[in-house]
Structures are given as structure tokens and as C-alpha cells.
Design a protein. Structure first.
Length: 255
């Protein structure tokens, strides 16, 4: 994913790699990768002991996600000088320039996101969680976040407390938390900005997209096309890493 971001975004910016622990070998590999980038600068941010303590208080019972899925809730505090970030899951592939996505007008909302057409809305869980608003359930794998606005209203602490109190009701971890807490406080973007690969075989022609029309591909699910080639890297690095970017000329910050 990192290389695909560099390859398709000549305007560049900053990629923040947020982690709890990385082996020396893995960090050295990432440093070498970043040294080959022309457009983006890689910056490493290690979670503090306090951050790790707070995250470890979140129950992971009942869902398959690692604690790193919750790193993003700390971003307003981890990046105090950054006003906007684009969060990307590790299992995404950037296939086109993200300038239009990055420059999206949030219109006063805390987040921009994409409805989860490929999975959750179709399997009915979104209706169980949001009732008649189930069609608005969004996927948290691509989030454009207004960190300045989140800090203005001190939402990190409130959101964290909400997660502690409600996590036993979540099936999809932080994604359910984001959908419940930020209901009616997000702006929805086109599916091309978080195109779940399952949509290629959708029965609905309206959900089909040509590759050149897609900005971000999302390989959602247990099977990943790179599993055999990168099993070790995935286990030691990617699941414990959050990737955020910022742009030089137009402010692109990627996590």
C-alpha cells in the first residue's frame, strides 16, 4: 500500500506510521522503503506507555480485530500540529491520485467516509445496529478526518469513554463505534474512494466500477492477494501499524 500511494500521488506529503512495537528488522525495512520515495516522507510515531495503557483497557472480546484498529481514535492527540489526515487500512491499494479525495469539503463534519456497500449493508448487520438508518453504515478503512474540529470539541476523551462503555455490543469493533458515535456527523463520499473488491462481482450494475474510475481498492476479508508473499511482514508489522498521510502542496496527511 505504501508504494502504491507514492507511485500514484506525485504531489506527495507525509506518511505517519504509528506503532506500538516494531522489530529492528521491520523498522529498518520500512526506513529503506521510505528512503526510496521521492514524493512522500515517512515519519514514525511510537505510542507512549499511557496510550498503550488506555488502548489495552478496550475489550476485544467478540471481534477478530487487533487493538491497533483503535489507534486512529487517538490521532487528534498524537498529531497535535496536524489539522487533517487521511486514514487508510493496511489492506488497501491506492490506484489513482487522491487529490480530489483529500480536498473534499467536509462541510463542518468531523469525518468523510464511504458507505459499506460491499459487506455490512448487504449482510444486514447495519440494520441491526442503526435500525432504519442502516443504509448509512460506513466502512472505517478509509477516513478523511478533521483533527482540528475533533480537538476543538475534545471528542477524543468522550469517544474513548463511549467505546469503553459500549464495546461489548460491537461486532465489528471500532467500525461499529464510529458508526454509532458519529451518526449524522459525517459526510459521505463516492464508493470509488473505498471500493471493496467484492463489488466487482456484485449483481447490481450500479456498483460496478472500472479500475481507472477507482481511487482506493480495499481487499476486505480474510483472504488477501499478498498473503503467501508477505505473511511474516503482515504479522510483525502491518497489523500493528496505522498509516496516515499529509500532503506538501495540498495538505495530504496519511495514516
Amino acid at each position: 500500500m505504501l508504494y502504491s500511494l507514492e507511485r500514484n500521488n506525485p504531489s506527495g506529503g507525509v506518511i505517519y506510521l504509528i506503532y506500538e512495537e516494531l522489530t529492528p528488522q521491520t523498522k529498518a525495512w520500512l526506513v529503506r522503503l521510505g528512503q526510496g520515495f521521492v514524493n512522500f516522507k515517512l515519519e514514525f510515531i511510537k505510542l507512549s506507555l499511557l496510550d498503550r495503557h488506555l488502548l489495552n483497557k478496550i475489550s476485544l472480546a467478540g471481534n477478530h480485530l487487533p487493538v491497533s484498529a483503535y489507534y486512529r481514535i487517538l490521532l487528534p492527540n498524537l498529531l497535535p500540529e496536524v489539522d487533517r489526515v487521511l486514514y487508510l487500512d493496511y489492506d488497501t491499494l491506492v490506484v489513482n491520485d487522491l487529490t480530489s479525495l483529500w480536498q473534499s469539503d467536509l462541510e463542518g463534519h468531523f469525518l468523510s467516509c464511504i458507505r459499506d456497500l460491499g459487506v455490512t449493508i448487504k449482510n444486514g448487520w447495519s440494520n441491526d445496529l442503526l435500525g432504519k438508518y442502516g443504509e448509512n453504515y460506513f466502512n472505517s478503512g478509509v477516513l478523511l478526518m478533521d483533527l482540528a474540529l475533533l480537538r476543538k470539541y475534545s471528542l477524543t476523551s468522550y469517544f474513548y469513554q463511549f467505546i469503553l462503555e459500549a464495546t461489548d455490543f460491537f461486532v465489528l469493533g471500532d467500525q461499529d463505534a464510529y458508526n454509532l458515535y458519529f451518526k449524522d456527523a459525517v459526510k459521505y463520499l463516492g464508493v470509488e474512494n473505498n471500493y471493496v473488491c467484492k463489488l466487482f462481482s456484485s449483481d447490481l450494475a450500479s456498483e460496478h466500477r472500472k479500475l481507472q474510475e477507482i481511487n482506493v481498492l480495499h481487499f476486505l476479508g480474510a483472504e488477501k492477494p499478498w498473503h503467501d508473499a508477505a505473511t511474516t511482514l503482515k504479522k510483525c508489522c502491518l497489523q500493528s501499524l496505522v498509516i496516515v498521510t499529509t500532503a506538501r502542496s495540498y495538505g495530504l496527511n496519511i495514516i
